[in-house]
Design a protein around this ligand. Structure first.
Ligand code: GCB
Length: 599
């Protein structure tokens, strides 16, 4: 799926701004109200989550549908073109109406969708209404608890005469921010147009060969012109598929990006896709980028900030990458959902290496307080399979050309050990699907939860073993000696598998400004000692190929007894101030090379 761009063939209108808004009380809404202006509407900014834009529980803890509305009066000169309405993401699901007529529906809150709207527009004024549902359950990704309660709230007691408020119970540890969270755009194309472009680079010696495919609607010639960063033409090709060579190729490198521009022309249409030429391969115990053993230094992140919630924010994206460079990081994981396309494009430009993760988080019914009782076979109860396939397809389709993406994560912390064979039955086909969907055939992984690892049959199927480990926090909290011993036992176990392994999470909640001479949990000193202890062990293993800490910054969660104003495992505070550990990592990571650390 192509990201909308303005060029000499295509128009682009950004519908960001202040829209009309209504919270819909009750679980359903009357579709008839989408045909006319909302009565007594409130104001709300787009793109952003709605939850923190206004005061009150009715916003923050809203459950069910809300309605967004604005006029869609388009200039007459556009009407000769094909007009597409495109949403970067609407969380969690959406129904879209023009003048009261439903024009599309979409399930899933973190991937784009679009619809051609010419046939729905009337001459003159048009009214656009977007109904957004934030409910999560055992069929959505991320997963919501249907029992009520989660690991942070504990079980919700069922007492006669007491009516707990109706709300979402995320089976995951981040706030269920919702709304129109990414840009809404109108773009135009000629009637015959370029639908999609696929680029597959391979490198041999100093030259690259790029296989390509251009999907079009209509009849005509396809012409490709490839320019380097100076605008010099370095290759040309014709036809809907084929290949071209780039001699003396300038490689895309971590923290040293280089992007070619591939201009595709077809009939009256044109589109310029960027291409970073790099290779990715897992060989033995190594993760190779451009043939050299790469060491991941970086973070699990969230799209999370004050007021905007999970709203796309270019300033925040630029700032976060600047802080990553400052601290010496080279990578992050899009925990726990695909991030905005704007961030992916920025990472392509900045040379930040990305592990791209689906929104499959909470596929684990044996998590924390809400689980209770006997272990359950998650995969016999959960209703996510088809949707899980869809998000894998859609994420890879969206990001397939991004040089920054070096690995796909198909899920975070699923239950892989309570019923190990059920997990394999669920995940093996998804692992295979991810490989089939990716024209570049990048490595595929699943991020493993702290568990009874020797029972796990799913993680060993993956190309890289990715672990979230909390020795010294949830396990042996306050006893770093025991934490080190336990970590060593586990790393000795995985080493025998002969595959590369990395940490995709490890960390300790830390309240900024809380200090102690003798480090205790939650102090800034303990966070540093925690990381020092872990690294003392992980640095001994040559198959340990990366450290992504949890988390880049403090972030919002549901209220509950385990969180004080959100999750505080950030190396930065929520407003991006460094904690003590940031200075520790700055020294460590500037010393660790991006390549060859373990060789
Ligand atoms: C995890 C989860 C992450 C949580 C983190 C924590 O393992 O993947 O979503 O926020 O632990 O802080 O507990």
């Amino acid at each position: 799926m192509l990201y909308p761009k303005l060029n000499t063939a295509r128009g682009l209108i950004d519908l960001s701004g202040v829209w009309n808004f209504k919270l819909n009380h009750g679980e359903d809404f009357d579709e008839a109200i989408t045909a006319s202006p909302l009565s007594e509407p409130m104001t709300i900014a787009v793109p952003a989550s709605y939850n923190d834009q206004k005061e009150g529980e009715s916003f923050r803890d809203h459950y069910g549908w809300v309605l967004y509305q604005r006029c869609l009066d388009l200039p007459a000169y556009l009407l000769t073109q094909r007009i597409v309405l495109r949403f970067g993401a609407v969380t969690q699901s959406a129904k879209v109406y023009i003048n009261g007529q439903k024009i599309c529906e979409h399930k899933g809150g973190f991937l784009p969708f679009e619809v051609e709207i010419n046939e729905f527009l009337t001459a003159g004024n048009n009214l656009l209404t977007v109904a957004v549902d934030n409910r999560i359950d055992l069929s959505t990704l991320p997963v919501g608890s249907e029992k009520g309660g989660n690991m942070l709230t504990g079980l919700i007691p069922d007492l006669p005469g007491v009516t707990p408020k109706k709300q979402n119970y995320p089976n995951f540890d981040f706030f269920n921010y919702c709304g129109i969270t990414r840009p809404v755009k109108i773009y135009t194309t000629p009637k015959d147009y370029i639908k999609d472009i696929t680029l597959i680079p391979t490198v041999s010696g100093s030259d690259a060969q790029i296989q390509y495919q251009v999907e079009v609607e209509g009849q005509g010639d396809v012409i490709l012109t490839v320019c380097d960063e100076e605008g010099k033409v370095v290759a040309e090709a014709t036809g809907t598929s084929g290949s071209f060579n780039i001699n003396n190729v300038h490689l895309w490198q971590p923290l040293n990006a280089y992007l070619y521009n591939i201009k595709v022309r077809f009939c009256e249409d044109e589109y310029t896709e960027t291409l970073g030429v790099r290779t990715v391969e897992v060989r033995g115990k190594e993760f190779l980028i451009n043939g050299k053993p790469f060491y991941f230094k970086g973070f699990g992140k969230h799209e999370d900030s004050p007021f905007r919630g999970r709203g796309m924010d270019e300033v925040l994206n630029v700032k976060d990458i600047s802080l990553m460079r400052w601290i010496g990081a080279n990578s992050f994981r899009t925990s726990h959902y695909p991030y905005a396309e704007e961030m992916m494009l920025l990472c392509d430009r900045e040379g930040i290496v990305v592990i791209d993760e689906t929104p499959a988080v909470g596929v684990n019914l044996n998590f924390g307080a809400a689980a209770g009782g006997e272990p359950q076979d998650t995969y016999r109860i959960i209703r996510t399979k088809e949707h899980h396939e869809d998000v894998i397809r859609d994420m890879i389709c969206r990001d397939k050309n991004r040089a920054c993406v070096v690995m796909w994560s198909i899920a975070n912390e699923s239950d892989t050990t309570a019923f190990p064979d059920s997990a394999v039955d669920y995940y093996k086909p998804l692992y295979e699907l991810a490989h089939q969907c990716d024209p570049q055939n990048r490595p595929v992984t699943i991020v493993g939860v702290q568990n009874d690892f020797a029972k796990d049959k799913t993680l060993p199927l993956m190309d890289v073993i990715c672990l979230n480990r909390y020795y010294g926090w949830y396990v042996y909290g306050g006893d770093l000696q025991a934490a080190k011993q336990a970590l060593k036992i586990e790393l000795d176990y995985w080493e025998k598998l002969g595959k590369p392994l990395m940490f995709t999470e490890y960390g300790a909640d830390t309240v900024a400004g809380l200090h102690a001479a003798t480090p205790t949990m939650f102090t800034e000193e303990y966070q540093v000692e925690f990381y020092e202890a872990v690294h003392e062990i992980t640095d001994r293993y040559d198959y340990f190929i990366g450290e992504q800490v949890w988390n880049f910054a403090d972030f919002a969660t549901i209220q509950g007894i385990m969180r004080v104003d959100g999750n505080k495992k950030g190396i930065f505070t929520r407003d991006r101030r460094p904690k003590l550990a940031a200075h520790y990592f700055k020294k460590r990571w500037h010393r660790i090379p991006d390549f060859g650390y373990k060789s």
